[in-house]
Design a binder for this molecule. Structure first.
Ligand SMILES: Nc1ncnc2c1ncn2[C@@H]1O[C@H](COP(=O)(O)OP(=O)(O)O)[C@@H](O)[C@H]1O
Ligand SMILES: [Mg+2]
Length: 355
């Protein structure tokens, strides 16, 4: 008897693609990575690799010819790429999700339109917009973020007091940004949701996220937070997943205010750094469920059977590896990046403890 195995194409070659490819391999699914960067983390462990720009139609066609399904592992894949590929092979999640999450203005509007509360926000196309918005809100501080391509706090400034409007605006080097009110949150959480072809939706237990220099440093899960907040977070993630007709995994980042309000910060149209702990402490990890959903398989259980603390190894933190190697309950993940630059995510460690 012959068993047909599926081939999954992944646009993007970072650590999220790498961990998805590893999850796919366990399910007997082959992966082909398309990424412009030779030696990228995912390409080192995948079945195949195409080194090409995301707009290289010939390379995209080559990928489509070899794959049964295609997915993406980061949000800056051009929409045109997805539209091109869709004529040849199914691409999940749908480009509606990418569109909503690629631009912070569209993202906030989408969230508010479906009834999800966010920080107050206003579009910003010139220095005067900052002045006008602060006057309207009667405040002296705000966060200004480029509408596109920001990550790990890049492309954002904290505007305070009487800083020079023009200087602040120019420092962002953009022509489109969002002004956000500063939320004095109590803590930050993220909720990861998976949805399959049969419309089954499952959310993972929530993790509490701590940042250092605007980069996620530590996630502790399952979080000890009130049930009402967990339920509300899960409700919001379900809502986004349904509205977007998600097939795959997405993540909703949330702020919890001191008076218990749950505000959405951003949508990641993909698996998330705050969900790496699911590899060791849940039955089916975020990567496995993403692969299952896009490949037409039923979702696995998202229940946690242990407590986990995930710590990112950023830049020189890789030097801590010898210590973690001595620790029995430390699960080490290295992404195969050769140069430990400042702020670069080199790997992570998940410390697992029994409930
Ligand atoms: N409106 C806001 N009020 C308070 N803190 C914020 C606000 N927006 C962002 N932050 C802080 O900055 C971090 C990064 O911002 P975010 O919008 O998630 O961008 P990215 O993760 O893409 O860099 C958030 O996790 C949060 O700690
Ligand atoms: Mg974020």
């Amino acid at each position: 008897m012959k068993v047909k195995s599926q081939t999954l194409g992944i646009l993007g070659g970072g650590q999220l693609g790498r961990m998805s490819a590893l999850a796919a391999a366990r399910l007997g699914i082959k992966t082909i990575i398309l990424c412009p960067e030779k030696g990228c983390p995912a390409s080192l462990i995948s079945t195949g690799f195409i080194e090409a720009d995301y707009l290289d139609k010939e390379a995209l066609k080559q990928l489509a010819d070899q794959c049964d399904i295609i997915t993406y592992e980061f949000e800056n894949i051009p929409l045109k790429t997805i539209e091109f590929l869709q004529d040849f092979v199914p691409v999940y999640p749908d480009h509606k999700l990418l569109e909503a999450s690629q631009n912070r203005l569209k993202e906030k509007k989408f969230l508010n339109d479906i009834g999800i509360e966010t920080a107050p926000w206003a579009p910003c196309h010139k220095a005067d917009d900052i002045k006008a918005t602060l006057e309207e809100w009667q405040t002296r501080e705000c966060i200004i973020k480029t509408a596109r391509f920001g990550y790990d706090g890049k492309g954002q400034i904290f505007y305070k007091d009487n800083s020079d409007y023009l200087e602040s605006w120019n420092s962002l080097r953009t022509d489109e940004a969002i002004i956000e009110g500063v939320i004095d949150f109590d803590y930050e959480i993220s909720v990861i949701v998976a949805r399959d072809e049969k419309k089954t939706v499952k959310t993972y237990p929530i993790g509490i996220n701590e940042h250092k220099n605007h980069i996620l440093w530590k996630t502790t899960a399952p979080a000890h937070i009130p049930d009402e907040i967990q339920n509300e977070a899960a409700r919001l993630a379900h809502l986004v997943a349904e509205k977007i007709e998600l097939i795959g995994v997405l993540t909703l980042e949330l702020f919890i205010t001191k008076d218990g309000r749950v505000l959405a910060n951003e949508i990641a149209p993909r698996t998330h750094n705050s969900g790496h702990w699911t590899i060791e402490a849940t039955h089916a990890s975020q990567f496995e469920n993403h692969v299952r959903a896009v490949c037409g398989l039923p979702l696995g259980s998202t229940d946690a059977f242990a407590k986990a603390t995930m710590i990112n190894l950023i830049g020189d933190d890789v030097n801590d590896i010898p210590g973690y190697l001595e620790q029995d309950n430390a699960h080490i993940h290295l992404y195969g990046k050769e140069e430990a630059r400042d702020g670069r995510k080199m790997g992570h460690v998940t410390i697992v403890e029994k409930f």
